[in-house]
Structures are given as C-alpha cells and as structure tokens.
Design a protein around this ligand. Structure first.
Ligand SMILES: [Cu+2]
Length: 479
C-alpha cells in the first residue's frame, strides 16, 4: 500500500515536470445513472451527485452527453436530454440541452472546485416513445488539480446564469406564429406582457463588482435562431455576443439537428460594477409555432479580472465559433409516407354534442379520432360549428402527459426530429395535460382542454408534442 502511494506520487511528479509550462488538465469521465426512463417520461428530477473530482482544483472544460447503458447515443427522436443542469452549491453552473454544447474556457481560466461543494443533478429526460429504457447522463471534465504547478496561474470564473426566465425551474415561453408578422419573434422584446406575473424583468443581471466575461454560448429549442447578450452602462447599451443556431437540418430551423456558436478564444468583455447584462432569444416563427421554448446564455465571469475590452470603445472579437458538427443521433428527420390515413378523406365519426363525453387520451392513443385506430373510432369525431370537443388525459396517473397540438393536414407522415410540426393553418395547443409539482413541471396542472369554439368547418389534424407519433383528427361541421 505504502509503496503504491510512493509510486503514484512519483508518477505525479514526473507528469508535473513534463508539463510544467502548459496547463496540464486531466480529462475525467463520469456517468450519472443509470436513470430509469418510464414510458413517455417528461419529468424534471433533482438528485444528489457525487460523481466529481476528489481533490480541489479547477474545471476548465465540461462536455455533456446522454447514452444508453451500452454507451450508444440514443436517437434524439427516441429519447433525449431535454435539459441537464449541474447545480454547484445550489447555483446552476453547467448545462446541457439536446444541442449538446461543450463548454471550453479560454486558456488561463477555470471554475474553482472544492470537494466540499454540494453538487445536485437537475435533469429532464424526455422519452418520446411508450417504451421504457435506461440511460446515463455522461460528462467529461477537464480538470487541473490545485497542486498542479499550472493551477496557480488560473483565474477563477463563476457562471452567471443569463436566462429570459431566470429563477423558474421550468423557464419557458411560447413563440407563436400569430405573435409576429415578420416570422421572427424575440423574447421578451416582442411580448408586451412578459414578466407581468413576475413583477420584475428576469432576463437581466447587474454586476456587483468589476470583472471580465470570458465565455458564453446560447441554449435554444428547435425553431431558435439566436440568443443575444447585451451590456448596458450609463444608459448606453451594446451587444457583446450573439450565439447563432447553425442548423444541419435540411428543413431549416425546425429540429434539434443544430449546433450553437460560442465565443472565440480571445473574447474578453470588461464589466464594471453597476453594468447590466441582458439576454434575449429569437425564434423563427415562419414555419411553425414553438411552445415551451427556452433562451438561456450561461456566461463565465471572472471577478476582479481587469483584462477585458471596453465593449463601447475597444475592439471586441464577437465572431462566433461553431461548437460542434452534425451529430449522427439527429439523422431521423421524419416526414416520409407513414401509412396513416388522410383524415380529410375519412367519413365523419361520432357526433360530439355540447354535453357529450370527452375524448379520452389513454395508453398513448386519442380515444376517438386517433389516426392509428380502425373503423368508426378512427374517423374524425364531428362537432357543430360553435361548439367544442373536450380532451381528457387518463394517463396522468402514470405521469404521462399529452398535448393536442394542431399540425398541418394530413399530418400522417413518419415521425422524426423535424416532423410533425405545430404548423397547421389554424394554431391550437392544449398544453401538457397532466399534473406535477407546482413550479417544477412541464405539466399544465389540468387534465382537460377544450378545442376552440370559433373554428370554421373543416377537418383538423393534431399531434402530441411529447409523443409525436400520436396523431389524431376531428371535424367541425356547419351548424
Ligand atoms: Cu402524448
């Protein structure tokens, strides 16, 4: 035992000697889990996380992913990491969305790490299918131990969590086609009602000390185009970085087949005490509406560091760097012939009257009008113009939440990351019918929803945003 310790110490010395002049980070690999993923799961969970370095030091890079137990990466259309946030001493520090952005600090900077820190894993794994599975949340850390000679030269950063819905456990907003005529929607700028319920703007942070910003990248959902970070000083505002969504997706800004740009290695923004940072998120609303969207831009801030460039008078390099290339798990785009009927050609189904029974949603099927059902139950239930159809989710007891979301008819193509979309001629959306812990859930905390009563006669098709293989239809007939 003693001899092994001595050997280990000698090895450490040899390594240190060989690399004394360069930052000698170790790459540490962790697998959080296995996480049991229930059928159709879309819940937010918090768990203690002790998978982290054993000694004090600096974390200089963070690379997240999601895998099956055998190490394979699941298709994003099957099961995906809606988000993962690594909380350190309760503060969000690193995060992953399905765009899988790696955080690599510029040379000379690190997040200070202490073994006494408290780590909590906040994760939302989304199962788009009825098949249960098991996954690991994986992450690689580049780590420089505090005893490494190069550690003394590292400057400490902390993460400033810039989020348009900062403080919300489920920080989302809707970007609807109807909200903008130009096909672009920026939150909160384009929403006159943003933050009314919160009583204050959630997308800002005012610096309580001088320092320098050294790294950022944006997080968006499908449809997202860019996040922007602004700095305001003495009444003047300037943009200090735009993180662009680069879509590999052939259909454009409609899927997770995307990578964000992060800041270039020499990006250093001077921050003075009293400066205010502001974040916004912009979505493409020309092709579809985007429900429950996000816009987050974690920023690495080095307190006390005076090497930053004055963003008003200096030369700031704001040219974004693509974080990664196309990922194979995004290859199933969907949209081809799917074998489901075109509901517009089906005979009318059951007539729903004002006091009629609701459409029950159960076992990943719409009770009547589901495009996978045969016979009368599969035909579009009909309702007279001016009346509504009520949907009622019976799967909530299994923590399975469904939506009724309008998609362009026939909405019967193969499911993939780019199909179906909330792109019907007339938008409607039920929200996630289900119940969950207040403030900590994507569920709307109700089980029923009524179709709009002002729909014109016609056949309407819809899908479930959580389980997009679920498709259905109904028909409005003249009074
Ligand atoms: Cu569903």
């Amino acid at each position: 035992m003693g001899r092994r310790l001595v050997l280990a110490a000698l090895c450490t010395l040899a390594l240190a000697a060989a690399s004394a002049s360069v930052a000698s980070a170790q790459t540490l690999k962790y697998r959080f889990g296995p996480i049991q993923v229930a059928p159709g799961q879309n819940t937010i969970d918090f768990k203690p996380n002790n998978l982290r370095p054993q000694v004090p030091g600096y974390i200089t890079a963070f690379r997240p992913n999601l895998t099956y137990l055998n190490g394979k990466v699941p298709g994003v259309d099957v099961v995906h990491l809606h988000h993962g946030v690594w909380l350190v001493n309760l503060l969000p520090t690193w995060a992953a969305g399905e765009e899988k952005t790696d955080a690599e600090l510029p040379a000379g900077y690190g997040w200070r790490y202490e073994p006494s820190d408290t780590w909590v894993m906040n994760y939302m794994v989304h199962n788009l299918t009825p098949t249960p599975t098991q996954v690991y949340l994986t992450y690689e850390i580049d780590f420089t131990p505090g005893t490494d000679p190069s550690a003394a030269a590292l400057k400490t950063v902390s993460t400033k969590w810039m989020d348009v819905e900062s403080g919300h456990v489920y920080p989302v907003f809707d970007a609807l086609r109807s909200a903008s005529e130009k096909g672009r929607y920026t939150y909160p700028t384009d929403d006159p009602n943003a933050y009314q319920a919160d009583g204050r703007r959630l997308n800002t942070w005012t610096a309580d000390q001088d320092g320098t910003l050294v790294w950022t990248a944006g997080h968006l959902h499908p449809g997202g185009l860019h996040t922007d970070l602004y700095l305001t000083r003495d009444g003047r505002t300037t943009r200090v970085f735009r993180s662009d969504a680069h879509y590999f997706e052939p259909a454009g800004a409609v899927s997770w087949d995307v990578a964000m740009t992060n800041t270039p290695a020499d990006w250093r923004v001077q921050v003075k005490r009293g400066d205010t940072l502001t974040v916004t998120g912009t979505y493409d609303t020309s092709k579809a509406s985007w429900y429950e969207s996000m816009a987050i831009m974690p920023v690495a801030f080095s307190a006390g560091d005076t090497t930053g460039v004055d963003p008003f008078s200096g030369q700031l390099n704001t040219k974004g760097v693509l974080n990664h290339g196309h990922l194979a798990e995004n290859d199933n785009h969907g949209g081809g012939a799917g074998g489901l009927p075109d509901a517009r050609g089906l005979p009318g189904g059951i007539l729903i009257t004002g006091s009629g029974k609701p459409v029950f949603v159960q076992d990943f099927q719409y009770g009547i009008g589901d495009l996978t059902r045969l016979g009368r139950a599969g035909n579009p239930p009909t309702v007279r113009q001016g009346r509504s159809i009520t949907f009622n989710n019976l799967d909530d007891g299994k923590a399975i939440w469904h939506t009724v979301t309008a998609c362009k008819a026939p909405c019967n193509g193969r499911t993939g990351i780019a199909y179906p979309l909330a792109n019907a001629t007339v938008d409607f959306d039920s929200g996630e019918l289900g119940t969950g812990p207040p403030g900590r859930t994507a569920a709307a905390n109700r089980l029923t929803w009524k179709t709009p009563s002002n729909l014109k006669p016609g056949t309407y098709t819809y899908f479930c945003r959580i389980h997009p293989f679920m498709r259905g239809s109904f028909r409005v007939v003249p009074r």
